[in-house]
Design a protein around this ligand. Structure first.
Ligand SMILES: *Cc1c(COP(=O)(O)O)cnc(C)c1O
Length: 532
């Protein structure tokens, strides 16, 4: 047990995977000797074209697709963008309605949101408590103008595998195109695009032990989809840009191995996954499994631990050399822990205490047992209050007050830095006498940042601006009965944000507030808009 502590235990294979040595080996010659451009005429380069098409052949067989329908892209994100944006463009004469799910990857969700701004209508179908798409809602959402259903094959956070066959049948029966983001599923579960009536499918190499920056879009023959990336004639005029030859070779090799080893490998992973799930649920009280117990990816386990903050858990696991991930707190914005965890109906405070562990073919039973021990210890420590929040912090964190924005606010202040992970925006409604009548906030950051924002708004509400100016970070912290030391940095935003909002008010009303200096507002505005 002691020994493996020195080495890292990587349980974040849903984020990315280690490239297999056989894959690296297959790629290497294409950097060194076989570096030709596949479009060139000479024999030396045309070998590369052959190799690229061989990889295409391997991949198409695994999907039971025609090899001419596989297009290599720069990754899963590009494939999702291509499928959705170009379907919208090509079929807009037929209609402007798109159906997707509420728990898609951001590559799909943000693309759909962008299309909404262009005038398309999007319905986001909900999932049940296990993360399974509500098929009756899907059927009810279909309109004569529906042109596309885009539902992921398997979810990257909670691991739930969707009823893809049923979705494909519904799409076909209604003459609607069906796209699936299969980035998590490809190489993990059998996929047959014919049997499942899939018209478009996105996949990515780095999630299946291949290299990063190479993906594919399967496009069923006959679809009107045009290029998304314009330029040269590569990929049969549909995806311009010199082929990522080593990447494609690597993708082919990774899929070849994934397909050959699928049965045996996933059987082993399922055993370890179930050991992890069963022991964690049995040995740690107030714990739940997120995602469907059976219909889930062979390598995915996702838990919520009550009374715990996911970020602290991750940091402490990292100190034990265990890499996991959490769909909570700082990664996705305070009021929105993770759209997937909220989508399966978890309340905020439970979603904030979540942990995703995703296994690989290299994960050992010893590693899993060690991880279980460590999680048990850490959860226990956290619950005993080593990094424990006060009741008041917990209260303001799980039930934040004054969330939102004020239209035509007297003053608005935004502080923090998106890259650092914490941003706070405060809105003040100030009356003629200089009294704060209303105060609202939006915060991007961890639990402590939310709690301090919530408390700051409570404190300044009803105050005169001169009084509000004197509300310090320390006052906010004291009002919360203190914060754990590691979290103190989060609270530093409250004072700055109040000052920034007052400054904005003073500017708009052309007045001078004694003692108020121009605050620094050095934030990436674009990122704020994206993440809120
Ligand atoms: C990782 C992932 C993507 C993005 O793929 P990239 O190749 O990293 O761009 C899209 N969808 C899902 C479900 C993913 O897990």
């Amino acid at each position: 047990m002691e020994k493996i502590m020195e080495k890292k235990i990587y349980l974040d294979n849903a984020a990315t995977t280690k490239t297999r040595p056989e894959v690296v080996e297959a790629m290497l010659p294409y950097f060194t000797e076989l570096y030709g451009n596949p479009s060139s005429i000479y024999e030396f380069a045309s070998q590369n074209k052959k190799a690229v098409n061989q990889a295409r052949g391997i991949i198409s067989k695994v999907l039971n697709a025609d090899e001419k329908d596989i297009y290599f892209t720069g990754g899963g994100t590009e494939s999702d963008n291509w499928a959705i944006k170009e379907t919208a463009e090509a079929y807009k004469e037929k209609g402007n309605h798109i159906i997707t799910s509420a728990i898609e990857h951001h590559a799909v969700l943000h693309t759909c949101e962008w299309l909404e701004k262009q005038g398309f209508e999007v319905t986001y179908i909900r999932v049940d408590e296990n993360g399974v798409l509500k098929l009756d809602e899907l059927k009810a959402a279909i309109r004569p103008t529906t042109i596309l259903i885009s539902v992921m094959f398997a979810n990257n956070e909670v691991g739930t595998i969707q009823p893809v066959k049923e979705i494909g049948e519904i799409a076909k029966a209604n003459n609607i195109l069906f796209h699936t983001d299969a980035v998590q599923a490809f190489g993990q579960v059998p996929i047959d695009v014919e049997e499942l009536n899939i018209d478009m499918l996105s996949a990515s190499a780095h999630k299946v032990n291949g290299p990063k920056g190479i993906g594919l879009l399967y496009i069923r023959k006959g679809l009107k989809l045009r290029s998304f990336i314009h330029g040269g004639a590569q990929e049969r005029h549909r995806r311009a840009g010199t082929e990522n030859v080593p990447g494609i070779i690597g993708f082919g090799k990774a899929i070849e191995i994934a397909a050959e080893t699928m049965e045996e490998r996933t059987e082993r992973e399922i055993k370890l996954r179930d050991l992890l799930i069963e022991r964690i649920l049995a040995e740690i009280p107030y714990t739940r499994l997120n995602g469907h117990r059976m219909k889930r990816l062979p390598n995915n386990a996702n838990f919520s631990f009550q009374f715990i903050e996911g970020e602290s858990l991750l940091i402490m696991l990292d100190m034990e050399n265990i890499c996991g991930s959490s769909g909570s707190a700082c990664t996705s914005g305070s009021l929105d822990p993770s759209h997937v965890l909220l989508g399966i109906g978890l309340p905020h405070e439970i979603a904030h205490g979540s942990l995703r562990l995703t296994l690989s073919h290299e994960t050992t039973e010893e590693e899993i047992k060690y991880t279980i021990e460590k999680i048990r210890e850490i959860v226990d420590k956290l619950r005993r209050g080593i990094i424990m929040y006060s009741e008041k912090v917990m209260d303001h964190f799980s039930n934040p007050r004054n969330v939102g924005e004020i239209e035509n606010a007297s003053g608005v202040g935004t502080v923090g830095n998106a890259k650092c992970g914490d941003i706070m925006r405060i809105y003040l409604d100030i009356d003629q006498d200089g009294v704060i009548k209303d105060c609202k906030f939006k915060t991007f950051g961890c639990g402590a940042a939310v709690a301090t924002s919530s408390m700051a708004t409570e404190l300044v509400m009803g105050m005169h601006i001169n009084e509000a100016l004197k509300v310090t970070n320390k006052a906010v912290m004291d009002a919360l009965d203190g914060l754990p030391p590691v979290k103190v940095h989060c609270s530093l935003l409250a004072e700055e944000a109040i000052h920034a909002a007052l400054w904005d008010y003073a500017q708009k009303h052309n007045i001078i507030i004694e003692g108020l200096e121009q605050p620094k507002t050095d934030i990436g505005e674009e990122e704020v808009e994206e993440e809120y």
